[in-house]
Design a binder for this molecule. Structure first.
Ligand SMILES: NC(=O)C1=CN([C@@H]2O[C@H](COP(=O)(O)OP(=O)(O)OC[C@H]3O[C@@H](n4cnc5c(N)ncnc54)[C@H](OP(=O)(O)O)[C@@H]3O)[C@@H](O)[C@H]2O)[C@@H](O)CC1
Ligand SMILES: Nc1ncnc2c1ncn2[C@@H]1O[C@H](COP(=O)(O)OP(=O)(O)O)[C@@H](O)[C@H]1O
Length: 271
């Protein structure tokens, strides 16, 4: 099955808090992202998640990214504790992680809650557990499959499907058209973003949007793992619509995109 997934489909995957909810029942999203080399990726993911809507963000990382995250978002909690979903790997570059971040990453990968594996964490997929979403761009997916980037671009749906089956994970292959492949063989296509979205850090924000949607649906996912793929597609739609609002036909920054996320969520909910 190969289907186009649009805003009407995405609207069904926004969790609306009720009067009995508190921050924990809404869902806590943990981040192990950012590094001394790429601290900005941590800031962008946390910003995107908080603006998508989540009960709480826990951020675990080295001193420099932690300071920058807190400077931008004092709402983030930097103490360890339980979470309902993780985002890991944005702003990591495989090999050289500080000890604290490496230990937090190992713990997150061993935690059975839904986990987004981005950038530097993609290569750890075989060491991870539970429901996983991989968020590679074409170059990263090529490395995972031991292929050239051009081969991935020639058949993006096929490459995403192959990786989903090989790693038993949902694969969100990013691009002008994003392809979300389920291990059972289905592929959802998302096309909401303008080409101005091809800018550094946009993928770090996408991981935050997706993490927020997973954390706020986490209690239902164990019984319904098939929901992970539409949630991943919904994240791509929300991210793309926010990019379109930020762009209005011209360039924008990733923080501009993040600033549009609440309005996108509101519109999808019919507000
Ligand atoms: N603000 C932040 O903190 C941000 C942090 N980020 C974080 O950075 C990490 C790495 O992510 P990434 O996508 O760059 O990794 P990757 O696929 O290995 O790409 C490397 C490939 O690119 C190529 N290349 C480089 N320069 C090029 C050029 N001028 N023109 C053409 N090609 C060029 C280079 O080719 P080479 O120079 O080796 O020939 C190599 O093949 C990751 O953790 C991510 O989260 C990003 O999200 C950005 C914002
Ligand atoms: N030509 C394009 N048109 C629309 N969206 C794009 C285009 N190119 C990239 N994107 C989107 O921009 C983001 C880029 O993510 P990524 O490649 O991981 O960059 P980074 O690691 O710098 O954040 C993804 O969400 C992707 O879908």
């Amino acid at each position: 099955m190969d289907a186009l997934f649009g805003p009407e489909d995405a609207a069904a995957w926004i969790a609306v808090p009720g009067p009995d909810d508190d921050k924990y029942s809404r869902g806590v999203l943990g981040f192990v992202t950012g590094s001394a080399r790429y601290p900005g990726a941590a800031v962008l993911g946390v910003e995107a998640a908080l603006r998508t809507g989540v009960g709480m963000v826990r951020y675990l990382g080295a001193g420099r990214p932690t300071r920058l995250v807190l400077q931008r978002r004092p709402e983030a909690v930097t103490a360890p504790g339980r979470v309902q979903a993780w985002v890991v790997g944005s702003g990591h570059d495989g090999g050289s992680l500080d000890q604290l971040t490496a230990a937090a990453l190992d713990a997150a990968l061993a935690d059975p809650v839904p986990t987004v594996l981005d950038a530097g964490a993609l290569e750890r997929v075989t060491r991870s557990t539970g429901l996983r979403v991989l968020t590679p761009h074409a170059g990263e997916l090529g490395r995972l499959l031991d292929r050239e980037r051009e081969e991935v671009l020639a058949d993006p749906a096929g490459a995403a499907r192959e990786a989903a089956e090989r790693f038993s994970a949902v694969v969100l292959l990013k691009g002008h058209t994003s392809h979300v492949a389920d291990p059972s063989g289905g592929v959802l296509r998302v096309q909401s973003a303008p080409s101005w979205t091809a800018t550094a850090g946009a993928g770090d924000a996408l991981a935050g949007v997706l993490g927020a949607l997973l954390a706020t649906h986490a209690h239902g996912l164990a019984a319904n793992p098939g929901a992970v793929a539409p949630i991943a597609a919904a994240a791509a739609v929300v991210h793309g619509l926010a990019a379109r609002r930020a762009s209005r036909g011209g360039p924008f920054t990733v923080l501009d995109l993040c600033a549009e996320l609440p309005a996108v969520i509101r519109e999808l909910l019919g507000g």
